[in-house]
Design a protein around this ligand. Structure first.
Ligand SMILES: Cc1cc2nc3c(=O)[nH]c(=O)nc-3n(C[C@H](O)[C@H](O)[C@H](O)COP(=O)(O)OP(=O)(O)OC[C@H]3O[C@@H](n4cnc5c(N)ncnc54)[C@H](O)[C@@H]3O)c2cc1C
Length: 240
């Protein structure tokens, strides 16, 4: 396994309570859109039972300069250190890992069913497919409580203008507590919502990522819609 030393170059809020961390991309670090890496703090000022390493899907696309990951910011020692430490702090990363990447057969659409922080690998996949002008039809169903909670929301909507094969379908489950205007779907992702955009649910390959409970719910939804196991690919964010 190859390990690299790098530095935090930028951090920014990408939704309420969610931050993106930009790392300098080490020379020789190559990855495919959708893969993940392990991030280790070196001699952090605080630690806890979970230790100093976490796995994160790479949210940046391979063509982008920085390596980016994004996370819901809770007060674990690991995340607190990331939120507060100097940008010059050295970190160790290893990877890339995983085979959660876009299928090659462009005649089959890709349908991404995502809730919350599970968006990270899909930002990478969608931006890279757009840059490479891939012929795949891509559908992103992106569920959050409110627009305020949806990481990379504006960017993922804007990509529609650059990629005629890409459709963004956002849905919000708690607009009553939102201060923002929302003209998209509301409520959870349902089979009816899918069939509005995808007439034959048996054609595409389906992808989901995120906390295990969320991924399980999406699998159930797809099973209820008659989608076969072979056409479903998932990445569980174990640790949540
Ligand atoms: C392949 C893979 C890819 C992954 N990709 C990502 C990714 O892109 N982004 C990502 O964030 N994680 C990702 N993860 C998960 C990541 O590795 C961490 O396990 C996860 O972020 C949890 O972090 P944490 O251990 O610091 O605990 P957290 O779950 O962040 O925090 C736990 C603490 O917060 C408290 N807490 C729990 N729930 C709540 C709540 N709802 N509100 C407030 N406080 C709460 C608890 O009391 C506990 O003390 C991935 C994991 C894998 C295996």
């Amino acid at each position: 396994m190859t390990k690299y030393t790098t530095k935090l170059s930028q951090r920014r809020e990408v939704a309420e309570g969610t931050m993106a961390f930009h790392l300098e991309r080490p020379a020789g670090f190559q990855f495919k859109a959708g893969q993940y890496m392990n991030v280790t703090l070196i001699d952090p000022p605080e630690t806890d039972a979970e230790g100093n390493t976490r796995s994160f899907s790479i949210a940046s696309a391979p063509f982008e300069a920085d390596l980016v990951f994004a996370s819901r910011m809770r007060n674990t020692a690991f995340k607190h250190t990331f939120k507060t430490s100097d940008l010059s702090r050295e970190l160790r990363i290893s990877g890339p890992f995983g085979s959660f990447t876009l299928h090659t057969n462009a005649s089959r659409p890709a349908v991404f069913l995502v809730g919350g922080i599970g968006i990270t690998p899909f930002r990478s996949i969608i931006l890279q497919a757009t840059k490479d002008k891939l012929a795949h039809k891509l559908y992103l169903f992106y569920a959050n409580r409110r627009p305020e909670d949806a990481a990379f929301l504006d960017e993922l909507q804007t990509v529609e203008k650059q990629n005629p094969n890409y459709k963004f379908v956002g849905t919000m489950t708690d607009m009553r507590n939102s201060q923002r205007v929302w003209q998209g779907e509301t409520g959870h992702i349902t089979p009816q919502m899918l069939t509005k955009w995808i007439p034959d649910l048996k054609g595409p390959i389906y992808y989901s990522a995120g906390p295990p409970g969320m991924v399980a719910a999406i699998r159930q939804l797809l099973a209820n819609s008659g989608v076969g196991e072979d056409d479903i690919r998932t990445e569980e964010f174990t640790g949540y």
